[in-house]
Design a protein around this ligand. Structure first.
Ligand code: NCD
Length: 295
């Protein structure tokens, strides 16, 4: 249903006049404790295109710099009666904690290495629009799975939608019990990519690494960087995905990233706005109905 609703917004976003008044009078606060380009911009655009008032708060300009706790910030913002809070935070579970303290809807825009649900939704929409389905597709998620909230949310969503998910990466960057997620696990790229419909690359998330996980960038690229040679193991028309920001020459070869006959990286960004519009629309209105019923 969410993906179907997103499809309507894809069409709207391609029109000259992109503005609706579905959320007119509603207030959305984007609260980002971590830097972001794609996610914060697309949530802002999504809210504005639906006619809501959108406030962007980043840590650099808020009282958090002055030592206020997460909960205090949440309570302060809550007192201003927002309808939706969109939160990104470096700690896993922070968004959940915050949602328990406020009485508006809260959207997780990425919490530590835990989850990033709207990224998984936009990835699913991109795949479904390109290949017409998710059921039965072979999807390889490759690279730094251990620190990736994108991987975790995608594993949950894509397996639920009937895809066969594979995780590919060096042992040091795979979660310890990865096989318990209902996925296949590979440490060799060509084996993992064999016959795949989708190759989803992930960034090395060095900001979350405590210690050494790879011998060197050069060696990592040699074994795990996506180049045409490794891509050759996947289906001939396999699509390449990346949530961004991508590091060329680290997890993906520059030429491959720019090969728009195969790479849908730009489309992922486009779908991001549509999916976030659907999430904001559904949550703002559902929450309102719940409040009215005093739930
Ligand atoms: C991802 C994130 O923030 O988790 N980026 C994004 O939302 N587009 C992936 C990443 O930072 O590598």
């Amino acid at each position: 249903m969410l993906l179907d609703k997103s499809e309507e917004y894809v069409e709207l976003n391609r029109r000259a006049d992109k503005k609706l008044d579905a959320l007119r009078g509603r207030t959305i606060i984007n609260l980002f404790f971590e830097s972001s380009t794609r996610t914060s911009t697309s949530f802002e655009l999504a809210g504005k295109r639906l006619g809501a008032d959108v406030i962007n708060m980043s840590v650099a300009t808020s009282a958090i710099k002055k030592g206020e706790t997460l909960i205090d910030t949440a309570m302060t913002l809550n007192a201003m009666h927002p309808d939706v809070l969109v939160v990104r935070h470096p700690e896993s579970g922070a968004t959940k904690l915050l949602s328990e303290k406020v009485n508006c809807a809260v959207i997780n825009a990425g919490d530590g290495s835990h989850e990033h649900p709207t990224q998984a939704l936009l990835d699913a929409l991109t795949i479904r629009r390109r290949l017409g389905r998710l059921q039965g597709l072979k999807i390889a998620i490759c690279g730094d799975i251990l620190h990736s909230r994108v991987a975790r949310s995608n594993i949950l969503l894509l397996t639920t939608m009937g895809a066969q998910v594979r995780l590919v990466g060096p042992k040091t960057l795979l979660p310890r019990h990865a096989d318990r997620y209902g996925v296949e696990v590979f440490t060799d790229m060509k084996e993992g990519l064999e016959d795949c419909d989708i190759v989803m690359m992930l960034r090395l998330q060095t900001e979350r690494m405590k210690g050494n996980f790879i011998p060197s960038i050069r060696e990592y690229f040699l074994f795990y960087g996506l180049d045409y040679d490794k891509l050759g193991a996947a289906k001939e028309d396999a699509l390449i995905m990346h949530p961004g920001p991508s590091n060329r020459g680290v997890e993906i070869d520059s030429e491959v990233a720019d090969d728009f006959s195969r790479s849908v990286i730009r489309e992922q960004v486009e779908m991001g706005v549509a999916v976030r519009m659907a999430c904001l629309d559904i949550l703002a209105t559902q929450h309102e109905n719940a409040e009215a019923r005093n739930i």
